[in-house]
Design a protein around this ligand. Structure first.
Ligand SMILES: Cc1cc2nc3c(=O)[nH]c(=O)nc-3n(C[C@H](O)[C@H](O)[C@H](O)COP(=O)(O)O)c2cc1C
Length: 302
């Protein structure tokens, strides 16, 4: 009943691990899949190793967390070892980033044989200059990055967008025009910050970071809803999903699948099983026989 497909990739259910949480090692990617996720996305990685920011890199706030990890990763060559260790039956999505279309294309080409899909992180709100949201806030640059990757690889590509723009639909359309096979909406919101009232200093070493968790869900659902009306390609929703009700909202807004990040830090990977059981029960009670029937329902008659 929960089976679905996205860009011809068969998924046993419409849930995915979001990039950045439990996604740096083969063992944790395998574990999340065994715990019930339909697919897993790696931590974002780049051509060269990147140390990221100093601690503290995350802080809890009302309704979620703020993180500025700074896209730390060991570089594509080292990351390939982890990709090789992911079990064959696990639908695997590599999240990659870079500072130019050429860099994105090189990273994508070097991992395409190991993965089912590539997700382009053009949306991190606390990346170093020239990376992350500074790309995804520019429709032309987004177009060039997606085009370069599409020229370089045969696997499907999903472009992950930032909500921190005036018009997310414009950016979504330019990714689609450049050949993106899917969109992932949204990366963390912000940047936001927290100040320690005892020291009068920002808590995070980077001062500000991306907000995630339940507080950003309404923004994420609205982004999916808006973009769904304007593109033909499938949308993967992300932002504040904790239970099946959140997943249903994203599906009704127009997503074909949902990613879960922050909630795993609270509930562990077992959260996937809970979301799937709840979703299945909801579908039976409400008379849905497939996930497809639910996608975009909030638009009917509007
Ligand atoms: C600790 C942490 C690290 C993250 N790292 C990445 C990353 O490497 N690449 C990326 O595209 N998104 C990253 N994200 C963003 C998530 O993938 C997701 O888009 C966002 O957190 C919203 O979903 P959530 O509310 O379920 O966490 C990170 C989020 C968190 C909380």
């Amino acid at each position: 009943m929960l089976r679905t497909r996205i860009c011809n990739i068969e998924l046993r259910n419409p849930t995915m691990l979001a990039a950045g949480v439990m996604g740096s090692m083969a063992s944790s990617l395998n574990r999340v899949y065994r715990a019930g996720a339909g697919a897993v996305v790696t931590k974002s990685f780049s051509l060269e190793p990147n140390e990221g920011y100093k601690n503290p890199t995350t802080v809890e706030v009302t309704g979620g967390i703020i993180n500025a990890i700074g896209l730390s990763n060991p570089g594509v060559e080292a990351f390939k070892e982890e990709l090789r260790g992911v079990d064959d039956d696990v639908p695997l999505i590599a999240s990659i980033y870079g500072s130019s279309p050429e860099e994105f294309a090189r990273v994508a080409a070097s991992v395409e044989d190991y993965v089912d899909m590539i997700e382009l992180n053009v949306s991190c709100p606390h990346a170093m200059a020239g990376c992350g949201a500074s790309i995804g806030q520019d429709a032309g640059l987004t177009f060039r990055v997606v085009s370069a990757v599409k020229d370089a690889v045969g696997v499907p590509v999903s472009t992950k967008l930032t909500p921190n723009v005036t018009d997310i639909v414009e950016i979504a359309k330019s990714a689609e025009d450049a050949g993106s096979d899917a969109l992932t909406l949204i990366n963390s919101l912000g940047p936001g910050m927290k100040i320690d009232i005892k020291t009068a200093k920002p808590v995070l070493s980077n001062a500000f970071g991306g907000m995630s968790g339940p507080a950003i869900k309404p923004v994420a659902v609205r982004c999916v809803y808006d973009v769904y009306r304007s593109v033909e390609i499938p949308i993967i929703g992300a932002g504040g999903v904790r239970d099946f009700r959140d997943a249903v909202e994203f599906l009704f807004a127009g997503a074909v699948a949902v990613q879960v990040g922050t909630a795993i830090m609270y509930d562990g990977p077992e959260i996937f099983m809970g979301i799937c059981r709840g979703l299945e029960r909801f579908m039976i009670e409400e008379g849905f026989s497939s996930v497809d029937e639910m996608v975009g329902l909030a638009h009917e008659g509007v």
